[in-house]
Design a protein around this ligand. Structure first.
Ligand SMILES: [Zn+2]
Length: 233
């Protein structure tokens, strides 16, 4: 089925040189089950087209397990997937991290403060609700900057992916850009954005007595989360 917003977005990502792949989409008429998150929260779950009962990222992961070898980088292939050919449901869009950009995935409490500090253009997308703020930056090939531990700040790079706006999450809503990328935009360096994230984390911790710990013990590298966590839902 044709989905003009997804096609337009896919063509924009291709024009930017951002690698994308077709993403899973909500299964039709199956939204009744619930899931329990790692923090104990119970919420309605979007039934995913992958039909995995325990799908950890419903409608927010690549369609194919071979996705690292299937980057879509041309308009022709983008039109094939998102142009409505074949009468099948239009897949969501997944951004592939590591080569062209990294993504820093942070909770809303940190993302809000960090974004307010950044007076330069940095693309930021929001997952539905929004649960996660996704900052897109230049790839960082060195050891990532240390960020206060326990704040759920995660760097996503090689072999990781994130859902791209305007992916459809069924009853949960859509992914959306808070600040969309521009055609000629050069991505900011990770250092600039991470500095804002670190500061936002410090402010959050300073206002939360449960997060106050000796400074010598509360820092660790913000490495990519293992498969199965919910760092971009
Ligand atoms: Zn799935």
């Amino acid at each position: 089925m044709r989905n003009p917003p997804l096609l337009a977005a896919a063509l924009t990502y291709v024009a930017l040189g951002w690698p994308i792949v077709p993403g899973a989409y909500p299964a039709q008429g199956q939204h009744s089950r619930v899931r329990t998150l790692f923090n104990g929260t119970v919420e309605p779950a979007v039934a995913c087209c992958c039909n995995q009962q325990e799908c950890w990222a419903p409608a927010a992961h690549p369609l194919s397990p071979d996705w690292p070898d299937q980057y879509v980088v041309t308009k022709e292939v983008a039109r094939f997937w998102w142009g409505g050919s074949g009468g099948k449901p239009t897949p969501n869009i997944v951004l592939c991290c590591g080569e062209t950009f990294d993504v820093w995935s942070v909770p809303a409490a940190i993302g809000t403060t960090a974004f307010s500090m950044l007076d330069f253009a940095v693309p930021v997308s929001l997952t539905p609700e929004p649960k996660r703020w996704l900052f897109v930056v230049k790839p960082q090939f060195s050891q990532p900057t240390v960020v206060r531990d326990g704040l759920d700040v995660v760097r996503l790079n090689t072999c990781h992916f994130v859902p791209a706006p305007p992916s459809n999450r069924g009853p949960a809503g859509h992914d959306r850009w808070l600040k969309a990328p521009k055609s000629s935009q050069e991505l900011p360096t990770a250092d600039m954005v991470v500095a804002a994230l670190v500061y936002a984390g410090e402010m959050l911790a300073a206002n939360d007595p449960h997060r106050r710990m000796p400074r010598s013990s509360h820092r660790s590298p913000a490495l990519a989360a293992p498969t199965g966590s919910n760092w971009y839902r």
